[in-house]
Design a protein around this ligand. Structure first.
Ligand code: MSP
Length: 491
């Protein structure tokens, strides 16, 4: 049976239109999901929207809409963005869906049965932007450390989850499982924060009503993070037992929400008696040129839908994946995007394809000749390294390695000077190039799916799987397609 692979992204607040930071996470998770499909695994990739809570209610009010109509409208932008950028999700979950209510109630019931829920009153600080409770000591100059805004003073009746009970168990799990929180810097950050006592968590709110109601307590709605985190179980089919076929997942999230994913979520699961996530990987932030985290509340954002009118989808995908080491922060600028697009995509990859197809058309009437791929070229492809990088969640390194092979193929042309050759020797050179491009296209399909399709149609092959990255599998006689420019250089 095919191995299964379950990957999730965070679910976005549809409080405004999506920006490049939201897209970044989806592109990275998408490439990892596509990579595993390429390896023949059975993948479940989920993404979606976090539609309840005070923040959404407030934005809907500002827009003069009821919250449901507001999120229905906003959801179109997020779904449209996914379609535009080729995000190959298997499930797009919206937390206002009925199936999700069943899941939230199912989890709550388990916490209650365990005796981990009690009634009280919450009095303290709350940041609506990140929907998070804060202790005064965790603020920066009295402001939310993520948003730089003043938190609200909240006082309301609330149900609590006895999270403090699970501190030691959680620490034990993190220590025993080095892959549970990645990268290591984030793991250390969580372990260091867990040195202090853990507070119980307020899991219901009574000062507004935009959320699922607690059973038998209609004046209480679930705290939006409890509701949101449960999405990972909903998408796997919870509360029906079939969820066990998929669960546990690899969660891809941003570094601003590691507390919720690496502390709150595992404590809830420990209480509910459900297996903990396989791994939580926290990526860094896409920053604007001024070095600020791209965020609606901070003002400066890049609209990825508008960006797609100026640059090919795959150029932006490539830039995001290649420029930013996964796990670290990275700056976005159009100048840097253009530089990579012009040199690596148009020059290196585009010219390799163009030269190969033009020569096949000119010297061999558009047919792949009988031949064998050059040994030196074969040795230049470090497949195990590429696989290892993807296993370690380093798409930037995998791409760098694939492009090292692209460079080797270009150097091979320059060294062999096919225009000076003929006969069997020319056959072998042209075969080597077309066969190498076929393999490059398979590998790139995880990162730049439509570019891979374009390469395939020019060489005359169909999309294939990782197992087909062996050399000399290209059929002699394959009819090449029309030579077309892969990436046009931008001024
Ligand atoms: N709704 C919560 C997540 C709930 S998951 C159970 C949330 N939403 S968000 O819209 O604020 O952020 C969604 C994801 O986008 C998060 O993982 C966040 O880190 C990521 N990003 C938002 N801005 C970002 C950048 N500027 N750069 C990279 N990722 C960023 O948090």
């Amino acid at each position: 049976m095919a191995q299964k692979f379950f990957i999730t992204t965070a679910i976005d607040y549809p409080s405004g239109k999506p920006h490049l930071g939201h897209l970044y996470e989806k592109v990275c998770a998408d490439s990892i999901a596509r990579w595993h499909r390429l390896k023949g695994e059975k993948v479940h990739f989920s993404t979606g929207l976090d539609e309840h809570g005070a923040k959404i209610r407030c934005k809907a009010k500002e827009a003069g809409k009821n919250p449901q109509a507001f999120v229905d409208e906003m959801s179109k932008h997020f779904i449209g963005l996914c379609k535009l950028y080729g995000i190959s999700y298997d499930d797009f979950i919206r937390t206002t869906e009925k199936r999700h209510l069943r899941s939230v109630l199912g989890i709550f019931e388990r916490l209650e049965k365990k005796g981990d829920v009690y009634k009280g009153a919450y009095e303290g600080l709350y940041c609506v932007e990140c929907e998070t409770y804060y202790l005064a000591k965790d603020l920066e100059k009295g402001k939310c450390p993520t948003h730089g805004t003043l938190p609200q003073n909240v006082k309301e009746e609330s149900y609590f989850f006895a999270m403090s009970k699970y501190r030691e168990k959680l620490i034990g799990h993190i220590r025993k499982n080095p892959e549970f929180i990645r990268p290591e810097e984030r793991r250390n950050e969580i372990l260091s924060r867990l040195k202090e006592p853990l507070q119980d968590l307020s899991i219901s709110r009574t000062s507004f009503d935009w959320g699922f109601k607690l059973p038998n307590e209609p004046s209480h709605v679930f705290y939006v993070w409890l509701d949101a985190l449960a999405n990972y179980l909903t998408t796997s089919g919870y509360p029906d037992t079939k969820y066990k076929k998929l669960w546990p997942a690899l969660h891809i999230i941003g570094k601003d929400i590691i507390w919720h994913h690496c502390v709150i979520w595992p404590c809830v699961l420990l209480s509910a008696g459900i297996e903990l996530p396989k791994s939580v990987f926290a990526h860094g932030f896409i920053r604007t040129e001024s070095g600020e985290k791209m965020s609606k509340s901070k003002g400066e954002v890049i609209d990825p839908i508008a960006l797609a009118e100026k640059y090919p989808i795959d150029a932006t995908r490539y830039f995001l994946l290649r420029e930013v080491p996964f796990g670290e922060d990275g700056n976005f600028s159009e100048a840097a995007l253009k530089t990579r697009m012009n040199s690596e995509l148009a020059n290196d990859l585009g010219n390799l394809l163009n030269r190969t197809i033009v020569m096949l058309n000119k010297y061999r009437a558009g047919k792949v000749p009988k031949g064998e791929t050059d040994r030196k070229l074969r040795k230049a492809l470090a497949l195990p390294k590429i696989g290892k990088h993807m296993k370690n969640l380093e798409p930037h390194n995998a791409l760098a390695e694939i492009f090292r092979f692209v460079a080797a193929a270009n150097a091979y042309i320059n060294e062999k000077e096919p225009w000076k050759k003929d006969g069997k020797e020319l056959d072998n050179i042209l075969y080597s190039l077309a066969d190498s491009l076929r393999i490059i296209s398979i590998l790139l399909s995880a990162f730049m799916p439509s570019t891979s399709e374009k390469i395939n149609s020019q060489i005359g092959v169909k999309s294939a799987l990782f197992k087909d990255t062996k050399f000399n599998l290209l059929k002699p006689g394959t009819k090449t397609g029309k030579s077309e420019i892969l990436f046009r250089k931008a001024e």
